[in-house]
Design a binder for this molecule. Structure first.
Ligand code: SF4
Ligand code: ZN
Ligand code: ZN
Length: 309
């Protein structure tokens, strides 16, 4: 392995995509610089310094939470406990421990306490693709917490690998609406909806994992038992094999899309109205969350049970 490009010290990582190796100290510096650059370039914190970070307990969201705190942002965490056995228990514990060690604020919203059932059961009853049901439920609940607690910005741990795989997948099926909305910073589209930001878009999974290891941040690496057959994994494999053969492909593809390609996809203008059941902003008469919950025989109007750690 090459020596650190900054100090010629012992390297912990050798990044072919940027043609640079770093020692521990300079890798942390590099990682934080990449996060800071994304925040600045895409004007992610226009709403102030306060942000709610969606934390699953995995390496990406834990690295993101730590990086935002290290950069001086008022970054509070939100963990949604999906109630899926060991996977959820371990994920929640990791988030709680991090909050205790860093003295950070963490909200935990429990699905079982709120609806009396877990994500596995909701997916089974709706007979839909698990990640799509789970994504809808998590997004909805996050918005509820945002409104309850008064946040204007939500940050998620989507990284370079996630975004590249999503872009390829959206291009393969010409999802014009998704292509128009695929961007690291989406401003709020409604007074009750937050801006959504993805500060890790300049960093890959290898980097977020190394950041956690070097900084001693605990994370839960277990696979979600509901994720079986997720097509995003197929696209990730594809993109990784291209990157192996041609380092830098992911960055060129994704950043090039944002600089030159995305402007060709404008998407349909969306008009938001209040959901006939819950009153939350939606494009349909009844929002997708309420329809899913009704299909699962669950009252969508149950008050979310949020505890603060
Ligand atoms: S992998 Fe899919 S089902 Fe599991 S937590 Fe993530 S979105 Fe939810
Ligand atoms: Zn160094
Ligand atoms: Zn609704």
């Amino acid at each position: 392995m090459r020596r650190c490009v900054k100090c010629k010290g012992e390297p912990v990582i050798d990044l072919k995509s940027t043609n640079a190796a770093f020692c521990e100290e300079h890798f942390i510096e590099y990682f934080l610089r990449q996060v800071g650059r994304a925040v600045e370039k895409y004007k992610m914190m226009a709403g102030g310094q306060q942000v709610l970070v969606a934390v699953s307990g995995g390496k990406d969201s834990m690295a993101l939470w730590d990086a935002l705190l290290s950069l001086g942002y008022e970054a509070d965490g939100l963990h949604i406990d999906l109630g899926i056995g060991e996977y959820s228990r371990k994920s929640r514990l990791v988030c709680e421990k991090f909050a205790a060690v860093r003295g950070a604020r963490l909200y935990v919203l429990s699905l079982v306490d709120t609806y009396g059932t877990n994500m596995e059961e909701i997916v089974r009853r709706t007979r839909r693709v698990s990640c799509s049901v789970c994504g809808t439920v998590k997004r909805y609940l996050m918005n509820m917490v945002v409104q309850q607690k008064g946040y204007r910005v939500v940050a998620t741990g989507h990284n370079l690998d996630d975004e590249t795989a999503a872009l390829l997948s959206n291009l393969f099926s010409w999802q014009e609406g998704y292509l128009a909305r695929q961007y690291p910073c989406l401003p709020s589209t409604h007074p009750r909806l937050p801006a959504r930001i993805k500060p890790l878009v300049r960093l890959g999974e290898q980097e977020t994992e190394m950041y956690c290891r070097v900084k001693g941040i605990e994370f839960w690496a277990g696979d979600c038992p509901l994720a079986r057959g997720a097509t995003s994994l197929v696209y990730k494999d594809l993109v990784n094999s291209l990157e192996d053969k041609m380092p830098g492909t992911k960055r060129r593809f994704l950043f090039g899309f944002w600089e030159r390609g995305r402007r060709n996809f404008t998407g349909e203008p969306v008009e938001l109205k209040d959901c006939s059941l819950c009153g939350q902003p939606t494009t349909a008469d009844t929002c997708l969350f309420c329809r899913l919950m009704q299909k699962a025989g669950i009252n969508p109007l149950s008050q979310p049970q949020v505890s603060q750690v």
